[in-house]
Write a protein that binds this ligand. Structure first.
Ligand code: RFL
Ligand code: PHB
Length: 390
C-alpha cells in the first residue's frame, strides 16, 4: 500500500489530521491498535478551546458540536466553602470554551472519515515505523498472520502516551521531561442533572474536587485520591459522600446523585518529549506530551499540534515550502510548554500535597486569594483557559 501521510493512532489527534488533510486532497491512512468501540468507550476530556472548536468546523465536523455542545463564559473556583466566578468572557475580550465530550468529538470525526471514504484501519497489530531518517519511510502492521507495509512520505506519531512512535526514537535523539504527582483523579460519569451550569474547581483540605458536565442530563465529577486507591475501593455511595464533603455546603445540598455509568482513576503526570520530530516522523498530541487534567489542556494541546502540522503539510504539498515542517517542533513546543506551565500552576494551587509543609500550604492559600482578588491574575487564568492563540 502507498499513501502520502501514514498516521499512527486513531484518537482525536490522528483522526482530526486525517480529516483535514483529506479535505485538501492529501492521501492518508490511519492505523489504530484498538477497535472503534474501545476508542469510543474512553471517557476523557470535556472542555474545548474556542480555537479547537474552529478547527473542528474547518474539518467539517462542527455541526453536532455546535448543536449539542455548550458555550461556557465562566468557571467557578471554590475554597473554604466559598464559590467565586472567573468570567472568562469578560477577561478575554469575548472568548469562551465549548463543553463537548471527547467521546462525541471522536465519534463525529469517525463519522466524517466514513462518509468521505477515509482509510482508518482498526485492530492494527504490531504497528511499526521504519526508515524515518530516509526519504522513503514506511509503516508495517500485522493483520493475523499477514504483515502489511504502507509506504509514505511522512509518518505522524499520534498514538498517545503509551504508543510506539516515541518509543521508536533512539534514546540519545530525544529528551524527556517528566513530573509525576503523588495523587490521581477518580472520575465518575452519571446520568444526573449537573449541579452547576458552569464547572466548579474546588480546593479543600481533604483534596481537590471538580464538578463538570457533558450535557444537561450527564454529569462528570472528579475527586483527588491517593495513588494507592483502586476503583474497586470506591462504591458509588462512598464517592458521592466524599465529593459532598469537599464542596461548598449549598453546592453539596443541591447535588443530584445516581448510579455511576463509568468510574476510573487517572494518575496525574506532566511529560514533554523534545524534539517532536525524528527525520520524517512527527509526533503529535499525547504521544509527545501530557498534562495533569486540572487546566483542561490535554486534548487542546493535541489540537494545537495538529493545527501546526496540518498547515506545515499543506505548505509542503501545495507550495513545496518546508519551512513549516522544519519549524514544527519548535513552534509546537513553545505553545506546549505554556500549557504545561498553566496545568502545573492550576494543579499546584488546587490540590492537597501530602508532603507540603505548613509554609507551602499558606502560600497555596495566598496564591488563591491573590488570584480571586486581582483582575490581572484572573485575566491570566482566563486567557490560558480559553486557549492562547495558535
Ligand atoms: P489518545 O487519545 O491517547 O489517542 C491515541 C490513539 O493511539 C492508539 N494507539 C496505537 N495505535 C496503533 N499502534 C499503536 N502502537 C498504538 N498505541 C496507541 C490508541 O489506542 C489511541 O486510540 O491521544 P491523542 O489523540 O493525542 O489525544 C489526546 C487526548 O486524548 C488527551 O490529551 C485528553 O484526553 C486529556 N484530557 C483532557 N484534555 C483536555 O483538553 N480537556 C479536558 O477536560 C481533559 N480532561 C483528559 C481529561 C484526560 C484524562 N485522562 C483519562 C488521562 C480528563 C481525564 C480523566
Ligand atoms: C471533564 O469534564 O472531564 C474535565 C473538565 C475540566 C477539566 C478536566 C476534565 O479541567
Amino acid at each position: 500500500m502507498k499513501t502520502q501521510v501514514g498516521i499512527i493512532g486513531g484518537g482525536p489527534s490522528g483522526l482530526l489530521l486525517s480529516q483535514l488533510l483529506h479535505l485538501k486532497g492529501i492521501d492518508n491512512v490511519v492505523l489504530e491498535r484498538q477497535s472503534r468501540e474501545y476508542v469510543l468507550g474512553r471517557i476523557r476530556a470535556g472542555v474545548l478551546e474556542h480555537g479547537f472548536a474552529d478547527l473542528m468546523r474547518e474539518a467539517e465536523c462542527g455541526e453536532r458540536m455546535d448543536a449539542e455542545g455548550e458555550i461556557h463564559h465562566g468557571i467557578f473556583i471554590a475554597h473554604d466553602g466559598v464559590k467565586s466566578r472567573v468570567d472568562l468572557f469578560e477577561h478575554t475580550g469575548g472568548n469562551s470554551v465549548m463543553v463537548y465530550g471527547q467521546t462525541e468529538l471522536t465519534r463525529d470525526l469517525y463519522e466524517a472519515r466514513d462518509k468521505m471514504g477515509g482509510k482508518v484501519i482498526h485492530n492494527a497489530e504490531d504497528v511499526k515505523p521504519h526508515d524515518m531518517l530516509t526519504d522513503a519511510p514506511y509503516l508495517t502492521y500485522r493483520n493475523g498472520d499477514e504483515v502489511i507495509r504502507i509506504d509514505c512520505d511522512y509518518i505522524i506519531g499520534a498514538d498517545g502516551f503509551h504508543g510506539v512512535s516515541r518509543k521508536s526514537i533512539p534514546a540519545d535523539q530525544i529528551r524527556e521531561y517528566e513530573k509525576v504527582y503523588p495523587f490521581g483523579w477518580l472520575g465518575v460519569l452519571s446520568r444526573t442533572k449537573p449541579v452547576s451550569e458552569e464547572l466548579i474547581y474546588n480546593k479543600h483540605e481533604r483534596g481537590f474536587a471538580l464538578c463538570s458536565l457533558r450535557s444537561q442530563v450527564l454529569s462528570r465529577y472528579y475527586i483527588q485520591v491517593p495513588l494507592t486507591d483502586k476503583v474497586e475501593d470506591w462504591s458509588d455511595d462512598d464517592f458521592w459522600a466524599e465529593l459532598k464533603r469537599r464542596l461548598p455546603v449549598e453546592v453539596a445540598d443541591a447535588l443530584e446523585t445516581g448510579p455511576s455509568i463509568e468510574k476510573s482513576i487517572a494518575p496525574l503526570r506532566s511529560f514533554v518529549a523534545e524534539p517532536m520530530r525524528y527525520g520524517n516522523m512527527f509526533l503529535a498530541g499525547d504521544a509527545a506530551h501530557i498534562v495533569p487534567p486540572t487546566g483542561a489542556r490535554g486534548l487542546n494541546s493535541a489540537a494545537s499540534d495538529i493545527y501546526y502540522l496540518y498547515h506545515a503539510l499543506l505548505d509542503h504539498y501545495q507550495k513545496g515550502d518546508d519551512t513549516g515542517l522544519d519549524s514544527y517542533s519548535d513552534t509546537a513546543l513553545a505553545r506546549i510548554w505554556k500549557a504545561q506551565r498553566f496545568s502545573w500552576w492550576m494543579t499546584t494551587m488546587l490540590h492537597r500535597f501530602p508532603d507540603n509543609i505548613e509554609y507551602d500550604n499558606r502560600l497555596q492559600q495566598t496564591e488563591l486569594e491573590y488570584l480571586l482578588s486581582s483582575k490581572a491574575a484572573m485575566t491570566s487564568l482566563a486567557e490560558n483557559y480559553v486557549g492562547l492563540p495558535f
